[in-house]
Design a protein around this ligand. Structure first.
Ligand code: GLC
Length: 528
């Protein structure tokens, strides 16, 4: 295999990088079948370069029956035909590097697909076979083993165990089509180091590690003892999450990453009870970053935001890892809708995030100000939690609707066919084409903000923010290089002295006077 050339070598590029999440199904469709694909992604890489991001994280595109939109992997080294071929993936990596973009791929080590060769072999070879040892097969409880082996619940609802025809049960923390690997087994450990090398050899710059906190289960698989149903990706203390044994795995992965030149990284999706527990994944011989879900879950409240910012920075300091920031991804309600204040609030939240020290993760379509699609008919939904849960909570199709590129009606330039989830009839004005060149558009705001992050590296630098005096409900802080960010987190205008020259505003306003009015849900960047 020919190693791809790397982008401009830069040590620690990831420490203040802006990383854009592409959800391959919904980004761009190159072959007109209604499903996004690698050819579509490749054709839109120049758009991402011009947007000004540093790296692109691709959600899974591996061979998969798609029981959980590709997070059920049947073969970690091949591409699902719906997304293209391995040469297509190599072409995306090569083309991205040519454009000075880095590529991070998703790695799903907690579970595979029930169609993975190892699991099929385990089913076929029956109880007591060595093939079953790579998963968690157990006899059931009850007189005839008719009860699950313990009381664990799937994060998608229902029991975390499924019984197979020979009477044994297997563990799946997610859908029944996603059996959990047994990470105590050396073959599992070896296989994943080999998968890491496979993708590193192809030139990827890093991995996003799915359910990084879930790989190791408490010895003996003790009952979790609970009353209430688990919420998707909760952060309780649980016998299947955040066990100390996971750290040995990440140490061995770090050794593999460090064998390669070019600062290859891994970012953990780790839900843990505290930020201090998350920091353990980021010790210098483990992973590089973790998503900051505490920040994502913080509401639009000045005191809560300030606390989340300070505590996130404090928690990472002992391990010298950069803090990350994220507002949207493929598992949560888009922040324009979630924060409850419409587009103005979403834009202010983005400028606040992009002024914080560390690395920021963007989710495709947030730069267009897309709202959550809340009225998808039940018959088009594909999220497995929809089929297992009784409530509407935690449904994830509404943030996965294909994004609009151009034109007046669906599929808005997404491709030449339809779209796997229907797009709203009123998205024409939100398309890339409609927003390009309009200085008031959300897309141009993101472009301007990301351009300023490049010309003013102080915006992403350092490990602290210097808080400045500000009226109640307003956040004001100074960043290295004399940059000041002011954000009005209240629903009423606030009056404050102008700290300098206005660089960027999340909404149009007249700030020429010394003492100016900062409207509700507005963020400003200043140069002192
Ligand atoms: C992660 C992914 C989510 C997926 C789950 C199971 O949380 O982000 O989309 O359903 O893992 O793989």
């Amino acid at each position: 295999m020919t190693p791809q050339h790397n982008v401009t070598p830069a040590t620690d590029w990831w420490r203040d990088a802006v990383i854009y999440q592409v959800y391959p199904r919904s980004f761009a469709d190159g072959n007109g079948d209604g499903m996004g694909d690698l050819a579509g992604i490749r054709s839109r890489l120049p758009y991402l370069r011009d947007l000004g991001v540093d790296a692109v994280w691709l959600s899974p595109f591996y061979a998969s029956p798609q029981a959980d939109a590709g997070y059920d992997v049947a073969d970690y080294r091949s591409i699902d035909p719906m997304f293209g071929t391995l040469p297509d993936a190599e072409a995306v990596i090569r083309e991205a590097h040519r454009l000075d973009l880095r590529i991070i791929v998703d790695l799903v080590p907690n579970h595979c697909s029930d169609q993975h060769e190892w699991f099929r072999r385990g089913l076929a070879e029956g109880p007591g076979s060595t093939a079953r040892e790579r998963f968690h097969f157990r006899k059931g409880r009850g007189e005839n083993g008719e009860e699950p082996p313990n009381d664990w619940e799937s994060l998608f609802g229902g029991p975390a165990w499924t019984r197979v025809p020979d009477g044994e049960w297997y563990l799946h923390l997610f859908a029944p089509e996603q059996p959990d690997f047994n990470w105590e087994h050396p073959a599992v450990q070896d296989e994943f180091r080999s998968i890491l090398r496979f993708w590193l050899d192809l030139g990827v710059d890093g991995f996003r590690v799915d359910v990084a906190h879930g790989l190791v289960k408490a010895p003996g698989l003790p009952d979790m003892g609970h009353g209430e149903q688990l919420k998707l990706l909760g952060n309780q203390v649980l016998p299947f999450f955040d066990q100390d044994g996971v750290h040995d795995i990440y140490r061995s992965w770090r050794a593999v990453l460090d064998e390669y030149s070019g600062d290859r990284i891994a970012v953990a999706e780790a839900w843990t009870p505290t930020a201090e527990r998350t920091a353990l994944y980021l010790r210098s011989d483990e992973l590089h970053q973790a998503f900051n879900f505490h920040y994502l879950n913080t509401g639009w409240d000045a005191a809560a935001l300030r606390e989340a910012i300070d505590s996130s920075l404090d928690a990472m300091r002992p391990v010298a890892a950069p803090t990350t920031w994220v507002l949207s991804n493929h598992d949560v309600v888009r922040h324009r809708t979630r924060l409850g204040g419409g587009l103005d609030r979403a834009r202010a939240a983005t400028l606040l995030m992009l002024a914080l020290p560390g690395s920021a993760y963007l989710y495709q379509g947030e730069e267009l100000g897309l709202p959550e699609v809340t009225d998808l008919p039940d018959e088009v939904r594909q999220d497995p939690s929809f089929f297992r849960d009784t409530g509407q909570d935690g449904l994830r199709d509404g943030c996965r609707v294909p994004i609009p590129w151009s034109g007046q009606q669906a599929p808005y330039g997404f491709g030449d066919g339809g779209t796997w989830l229907p797009q709203p009839a009123d998205w024409a004005g939100l398309s890339v084409q409609a927003q390009t060149g309009d200085p008031g558009s959300t897309l141009e705001l993101y472009r301007a903000a990301l351009a300023l992050r490049r010309t003013h590296p102080g915006l992403g630098a350092g490990e602290t923010v210097e808080w400045l005096a500000a009226p109640e409900g307003v956040l004001a802080f100074r960043r290295p290089g004399g940059l000041v960010c002011t954000v009005n987190v209240t629903e009423a205008p606030a009056r404050l002295p102008a700290p300098g020259r206005l660089l960027l505003s999340s909404r149009q306003l007249d700030a020429s006077q010394d003492d100016f009015v900062l409207p509700a849900d507005t963020a400003l960047w200043w140069e002192e």
